[in-house]
Write a new protein. Structure first.
Length: 121
C-alpha cells in the first residue's frame, strides 16, 4: 500500500465492551522522505492495544460511553544514511471524552524534529 491508499474498512474495537461505539478516523502523515516511509510505519494505540497501520487514512471503532485513550507514533528513522532506532518514537496521545459524535484526528510525524503531533480536526 502507498500513502495514497486507505484501509478497506473500520478496524473493530476488540477489547471487552458491550456499550455503544463510535467512529474514529485518523489521517496519518509524515515529513520524512517517501523512500523512508515504508521502513517506519505508524503505530496507533487504542486503549493500550497497538495496531501497525499505513500512512494515509485509517478508521477505528472506539467506545462512545466512556473515555478512550488514543496514541500514535512512528519509530526509527534515518540518520547519517543509516536506519536508526534511537531517533525517538515521535509519540503523541489524547484522552477522548465519552460522546456519540464521530472523531477525526490528524497525526503528523515530524521526522527531523523527532516530535509527533496529534490534533483534532
Amino acid at each position: 500500500m502507498t500513502d495514497e491508499q486507505q484501509w478497506p474498512s473500520v478496524v473493530p474495537y476488540v477489547d471487552v465492551h458491550q456499550g455503544p461505539k463510535r467512529l474514529l478516523t485518523l489521517f496519518m502523515s509524515s515529513t520524512a522522505k517517501t523512500e523512508y516511509l515504508s521502513k517506519m510505519p505508524p503505530i496507533v494505540s487504542i486503549d493500550g492495544r497497538d495496531y501497525w497501520v499505513y500512512w494515509g487514512q485509517v478508521s477505528f471503532e472506539i467506545p462512545a460511553d466512556r473515555p478512550c485513550h488514543v496514541a500514535a507514533r512512528c519509530e526509527g528513522g534515518q540518520s547519517g544514511g543509516q536506519l536508526s532506532q534511537d531517533l525517538g518514537s515521535r509519540a503523541a496521545s489524547i484522552l477522548l471524552p465519552p460522546g456519540e459524535e464521530a472523531i477525526v484526528l490528524n497525526y503528523q510525524c515530524r521526522f527531523a524534529d523527532g516530535v509527533g503531533y496529534l490534533t483534532l480536526s
